[in-house]
Ligand binder design. Structure first.
Ligand code: SIN
Length: 531
């Protein structure tokens, strides 16, 4: 059965809810989530929201910290908007009754995280800020918003000439297909952390929004920039969840198994160095056969300050009283994504992207800690303002693009999720080389890349669609990582160890038609054809 709305939002994290809140109350809005409304990365976010609310702090300094951490690979104007509109959005949230953590004298309790030059991280419920923020917005969700759980949006419905997105198709676990139509389709489906074996993300974060937009013909930018969080709880060869950077902000120190501090000689900010530097150092120490621990013995009242981390450790039988938490890095955040303008418009008419799914240009080559919930607040609001200002055009549903062939369940079933995760980590993980990337790309092409982008997915079950999407994301990341012959931010090539002047300002843009290097002094023409 088909459904019609004014706005369809795919995803249920902070960006999605902020957008829903600010859309005009006369719009019928549908939020689609493939799992449950609370199963988002935002919900489990332990970090806070970076915002300039202290008189001693400044927008200029927040912008500078963001640019420095991301190695000056940003859309600088967007970073200015993020910092200044972000401060306003946080104040607005507080004015709506959102309760933030405060000092005994009532002043906001402001935390410090890696690469921030000032205390500017607000928290709510300590390290449960994501949950508190999402719950705050859910409690106040306007009546014009319908939430549909357990349906995975898997394909954009396009006009016959493929220029316009008219709706999305969804599938539930029983294989039932539904069509949702709206003049505005928003992808807010998070990143692709689950394509790696170690991740802080929900296992459902399989890059769905990015793969859908890519298949619909939208531009995808700078997928090579994947942030690895330095500290995930590491037990018996597997990661079990995030140990917030705020723990290091409160005095936690990284030590090897002999108790030697590993960051002291590496960076002036030591344990609070930018994430790519800390993650790399932990990775190398572990590769040299030594375990790494977060020493929390100097942090008073740890359990009170970090209830989520404490519960995670207890669940995994790591005693907080011993003061040493075993850690390893894992995929955390994708700086690249669907190319958008300042409002969240993609290159396909009627299709929008916000939050981690989008490449808005605010994170550069490496995101500054606690700027992502902020991005959700700012760009959710910006897109709402944009959509509220549009007059919906009449669209003809019958003239839709159709795939000539349908991909078969049998073909997708041959893809292995675990195998892909291991291979993606080896080729496009913390350390990359030309040789590993090229061989991974050949492997993905042999597995059927052309089919994944050119066939319809109606015949596939959800599990197989997710695998196809994971493979597409792995391909986009690996190809961009192969082309960028330098190291910048989170993209570390051992065969090109430094930042290269001739790569400064250049973006790698992919569509189903091919791949371009854009920006810098000269824009090169298409240099490789996908389809
Ligand atoms: C953390 O708490 O360490 C994560 C925060 C973030 O990624 O912004």
């Amino acid at each position: 059965m088909d459904k019609q709305a004014d706005v369809i939002i795919v995803g249920s994290g902070l960006a999605a809810l902020q957008l829903a809140h600010h859309l005009h109350s006369s719009y019928h809005v549908i939020i689609l989530t493939k799992t449950m409304i609370r199963q988002s990365n935002s919900y489990i976010a332990q970090g806070g929201i970076a915002a300039v609310i202290d008189k001693e702090d400044s927008i200029h300094s927040h912008v500078e910290d963001t640019l420095k951490a991301g190695r000056y690979h940003h859309f600088t104007e967007e970073v200015g908007r993020l910092a200044s509109e972000g401060a306003g959005a946080v104040k607005e949230l507080i004015a709506s009754g959102f309760s933030i953590d405060r000092e005994a004298d009532g002043q906001p309790s402001l935390g410090l995280e890696g690469a921030h030059s000032a205390r500017r991280i607000i928290h709510s419920g300590g390290d449960a800020t994501g949950r508190y923020t999402v719950e705050h917005l859910l409690e106040r969700l306007p009546v014009n918003i319908d939430i549909i759980e357990g349906e995975m949006a898997y394909e954009c419905i396009l006009s016959k000439d493929r220029s316009t997105c008219l709706g999305v198709k969804t599938k539930n676990k029983d294989g039932m297909i539904r069509r949702y139509w709206a003049p505005h389709i928003v992808l807010a489906a998070g990143g692709a952390g689950a394509i790696y074996p170690f991740t802080s993300n929900q296992p459902t974060l399989t890059g769905d929004g990015i793969a859908m937009a890519f298949r619909a013909g939208a531009e995808i930018t700078d997928m090579e920039f994947v942030q690895f969080h330095p500290t995930l709880l590491f037990i018996d060869g597997a990661t079990k969840g995030l140990i917030s950077e705020a723990v290091r902000g409160a005095g936690g120190r990284l030590v090897d198994e002999n108790g030697i501090r590993i960051m002291d000689k590496i960076h002036p900010l030591k344990d609070l160095a930018p994430r790519h530097i800390t993650a790399y150092e932990i990775y190398q120490t572990r590769a040299n056969g030594k375990s790494v621990f977060l020493d929390i013995r100097s942090i008073p009242h740890f359990e009170e300050k970090f209830p989520t981390v404490t519960a995670l450790c207890e669940r995994n039988h790591v005693p907080i009283s011993k003061g040493l938490i075993p850690v390893a890095p894992g995929s955390h955040f994708l700086m690249g994504g669907i190319s958008t303008d300042s409002n969240g418009c993609t290159t396909v008419h009627g299709l929008y992207a916000i939050g981690e799914t989008a490449h808005s240009g605010v994170h550069g080559a490496n995101r500054l800690a606690s700027n992502s919930l902020l991005e959700g607040l700012v760009y959710g609001r910006r897109l709402a303002d944009f959509i509220n200002s549009q007059v919906a055009a009449d669209k003809k549903r019958e003239e839709t693009f159709g795939y000539k062939e349908q991909m078969k369940n049998r073909l997708a079933a041959e893809l292995s999720r675990e195998d892909l995760q291991t291979r993606t980590m080896k080729a496009a993980g913390i350390i990359r080389t030309q040789e590993n990337l090229a061989s991974h790309i050949s492997y993905l092409e042999d597995k059927g890349f052309q089919k994944w982008i050119n066939s319809g997915l109606d015949e596939l079950n959800i599990e197989n669609i997710e695998k196809v999407y994971m493979h597409i994301n792995s391909y986009l990341i690996s190809l961009a990582a192969l082309l960028r012959e330098e190291s910048r931010g989170a993209h570390i090539r051992t065969d090109f160890r430094t930042e290269e002047r001739n790569w400064y300002g250049k973006r790698i843009v992919q569509t189903i038609a091919g791949i371009k290097i854009r920006g810098g002094q000269h824009e090169r023409d298409q240099i490789r054809i996908h389809a």
